[in-house]
Design a protein around this ligand. Structure first.
Ligand code: TXA
Ligand code: MG
Length: 306
């Protein structure tokens, strides 16, 4: 059997697989099965009040899960398949188990662009839930090997889709009626969405009552201590993660050409690599425009200590 057929078999048995997507790798399972979903929370060490994204392979499949307003449909038609997650009111026909929604009356839905993810979900014929395939609070995986490092032998079916081309999680917005609210900054820049919606409301800073637990402050963290907006390394045993051509003596460089798309794709893999050999990492300033907003968001969270 091919790896894809093996993975399908595993999904049908209620097991979990590692799924490549264009944003980050996911830990995927049958969205309808509460026992499967419970095993995702358990393997990730994820609090069960943090709901999961249901991944689909067509607009028809998405429409069984959530109620699309005109604005939601327009966003789906513009950006799907791709790095946008829509949080919509639950549809009556929704087969996703309550546990995956953490009991909420909204459903997060995404149609990923990665060919392997699309093939797998359409062959399965049903939505799969897939949080990022990392232990809760840790850096998201962008290669098959990262997923293996996170879960070891507890996860045997990890499909190899190469390095995730975008490298940061999807942007999450809720669309309730014709009002769109930004819940998580991500791979789809806010300005691209606003070209369709007009100015977005933002619920990002509402830390006391998070609508999207992905905005809990500490998240996406390496073990090493991070120092941001650093122009030089302060001590010899601190790694320096550079950005742009002037970071000449950087340990690693997110993008020598100062290209934010390249930097986003490199961020998690480089944090992982440096985390293996250093206890401290200084990071060069990253411009706060376009994808830079999402990169800086993840860096700020990674810099928070317990
Ligand atoms: O790029 C991605 O989105 C990746 C790949 C694998 O698709 N997945 C991912 O999933 O990042 P996860 O579980 O790590 O993040 C899902 C985010 C969390 O911040 C969660 O709180 C939020 O989506 N979310 C899920 N359902 C929600 C809902 N009903 N209301 C508000 N936020 C929700
Ligand atoms: Mg995650």
């Amino acid at each position: 059997m091919s790896p894809l057929e093996d993975a399908l078999e595993t999904l049908r048995r209620g097991g979990l697989i590692g799924l490549p997507t264009e944003t980050v790798y996911g830990l995927a399972g049958d969205a309808a099965r509460a026992d499967t979903v419970a095993s995702i929370y358990e393997l990730k060490n994820r609090p069960t009040f943090n709901p999961l994204i249901a991944h689909v392979s067509s607009l028809e499949m998405a429409e069984e899960l959530g109620r699309f307003s005109d604005l939601a449909r327009k966003l789906a038609e513009t950006f799907w398949p791709g790095p946008l997650t829509l949080v919509l009111p639950v549809a009556k026909t929704n087969p996703v188990c309550d546990l995956a929604r953490a009991g909420l009356d909204t459903q997060a839905i995404r149609w990923p662009a990665h060919e392997i993810a699309q093939k797998l979900i359409s062959a399965f014929g049903k939505p799969v839930v897939a949080p990022s395939a990392n232990k809760s609070g840790k850096v998201s995986p962008t290669t098959r090997k990262h997923v293996e490092q996170e879960f070891g032998t507890a996860l045997t079916d990890i499909l190899d889709g190469g390095a995730s081309v975008l490298g940061l999680e999807s942007t999450v917005i809720s669309v309730l009626g014709n009002e769109a609210t930004l819940l998580r900054i991500g791979s789809l820049p806010k300005a691209d969405i606003e070209a369709v919606t007009g100015p977005l409301k933002s619920a990002l800073l509402d830390e006391d009552a998070p609508k999207s637990p992905g905005m809990l402050s500490r998240h996406y963290s390496p073990d090493a201590k991070l120092r941001l907006n650093a122009s030089v390394r302060s001590k010899p045993d601190e790694a320096y993660l550079g950005f742009g051509p002037s970071s000449v003596d950087a340990t690693m460089n997110l993008s020598e050409a100062a290209n934010l798309t390249e930097a986003a794709a490199n961020l998690y893999a480089m944090l992982r690599t440096l985390d293996e050999s250093y206890s401290a990492i200084a990071v060069a300033p990253i411009p706060d425009t376009g994808l830079g907003e999402a990169i800086n968001d993840r860096l700020r969270r990674a810099a928070l200590q317990d």
